[in-house]
Design a protein around this ligand. Structure first.
Ligand SMILES: Cc1cc2nc3c(=O)[nH]c(=O)nc-3n(C[C@H](O)[C@H](O)[C@H](O)COP(=O)(O)OP(=O)(O)OC[C@H]3O[C@@H](n4cnc5c(N)ncnc54)[C@H](O)[C@@H]3O)c2cc1C
Length: 385
């Protein structure tokens, strides 16, 4: 028998969870499906900026968030060569914290547990397959524990991350050929090292870049963007690891060049980036989080955009009866998303573009003898706000 609900959300990351909380709070009957098991991990730098912290505080996660956090960040130290670096302070949240380090397997599960408490039917692990998207309804098949169930809904939310299948099936995917850039993350436990425990340490290379944060007790979390021109992204990753090891003495203790990429502890991958759909909503579908567009990990703003996308989706249906989604709500969501999120993504794109040229950063860092770095303005708009 086919089941009916007001909204089906595919993907249980921060975007899907926040969208579910908003819709459920407005009385919508919501089904959320996440293919990963409980406490699934995800390729991420695990840094929450002050804006993401604010959104989570306002949503009532203040105590839980500080309980699951395992590190604090106050600055970004950007390295563009052995003796070229610049330090940028991170903007502070109202509680005085600039940034938090929270492992994704904890953050995402904390959000999903709250979603369940709000009465949302959370199917995890479950895999969703969009069967049809018609003018009046969408049909989705959900497989959990070898059981298959068909659902119909008036709003299908694609919160399924980069390379969203929902976007593709709904005909919303971008027309540009994707790059071959991928993201990865892993953890290392080190006895002692020259890294700053309260900084996001960023190392630029012509093969991509690597960010490192402390997760406490000698564990360091690494997130990287790998520029990969060929089919084999492992070669790109190996080149990045070797290059940063040879260039940056402060990474010496990590011995990154010794690793076969697939043996890096806890390695996770994501991609391809950037991801830009043609449109983020129509009369049956709305995309949130990475599915709606993502530039690259450098700015550490992805979780904020994902959470805020969920909030904006909720705002666009306020005052409507549950299950009421038409082109009008889609247009409302699209315009608020453009205003609140897309303008920031543009600046991220510019910043990300400059990172392809470490020599340019070296030149700027060496040239400046003023306190304010020439890229300070760009940083402040994107990162340090
Ligand atoms: C290397 C790297 C480092 C990063 N570092 C940071 C950082 O430090 N700070 C920051 O703010 N952002 C960072 N980001 C960005 C951040 O990870 C993303 O922006 C964020 O995860 C987006 O959340 P989301 O909910 O849109 O998607 P995701 O978190 O990707 O969640 C999508 C979910 O959908 C599920 N799914 C997909 N298809 C299906 C299906 N058919 N059925 C069921 N479930 C499905 C997946 O299992 C997944 O759990 C980083 C990204 C990368 C790649």
């Amino acid at each position: 028998m086919i089941q009916t609900c007001d909204a089906i959300i595919i993907g249980g990351g921060p975007a899907g969870a926040m969208a579910a909380l908003q819709l459920a709070g407005l009385g919508w009957g919501v089904v959320l499906v996440e293919q990963g098991k409980r406490h699934r991990d995800k390729a991420c730098g695990c840094c929450l900026n002050s804006q993401a912290i604010s959104i989570l505080h306002d949503a009532g996660f203040e105590h839980e968030l500080h309980r699951i956090a395992c590190g604090e960040t106050r600055r970004i130290r950007l390295h563009a060569g052995a003796d070229a670096n610049a330090v940028f302070s991170l903007g502070e949240h109202r509680d005085g914290k600039a940034g938090l380090v929270v492992p994704r397997y904890r953050l995402d599960q904390m959000l999903l547990d709250r979603v369940k408490e709000q009465g949302v039917e959370v199917l995890q692990p479950g895999r969703a397959k969009v069967m049809s998207i018609a003018r009046h309804e969408a049909q989705v098949e959900i497989n959990t524990n070898d059981q298959s169930q068909l659902y119909r809904t008036t709003l299908l939310v694609g919160a399924d991350g980069l390379r969203s299948r929902v976007a593709r099936v709904a005909g919303l995917q971008g027309t540009r050929r994707p790059s071959r850039n991928i993201g990865i993350s892993f953890n290392l436990t080190l006895g002692s090292c020259d890294l700053d425990r309260h900084a996001v340490e960023m190392f630029i290379s012509r093969h991509g870049y690597l960010g490192v944060v402390s997760q406490g007790e000698g564990t360091w979390h690494f997130g990287a963007l790998v520029r990969s021109s060929g089919r084999d992204s492992r070669n790109g990753l190996k080149s990045l690891l070797v290059d940063v090891s040879q260039t940056y003495p402060s990474l010496g203790a990590c011995r990154l060049d010794q690793y076969v990429p697939k043996d890096l502890p806890g390695i996770q991958g994501a991609g391809l980036m950037p991801c830009r759909p043609r449109s983020i909503a129509n009369e049956r579908v709305a995309l949130v989080g990475d599915a709606a567009g993502y530039v690259d990990p450098f700015t550490g703003d992805g979780i904020r955009c994902a959470l805020q996308g969920g909030l904006l989706l909720g705002d666009s249906v306020k005052g409507q009866r549950p299950g009421h989604w038409t082109m009008k709500q889609g247009t409302h969501y699209r315009s608020s998303w453009k205003r609140e999120i897309r303008s920031g993504l543009r600046v991220c794109s510019i910043l990300a573009f400059t990172l392809r040229y470490p020599a340019l950063w070296r030149f700027m860092m060496k040239r400046t003898d003023r306190e304010r770095h020439p890229f300070q303005g760009l940083f402040e708009r994107v990162i340090a706000t």
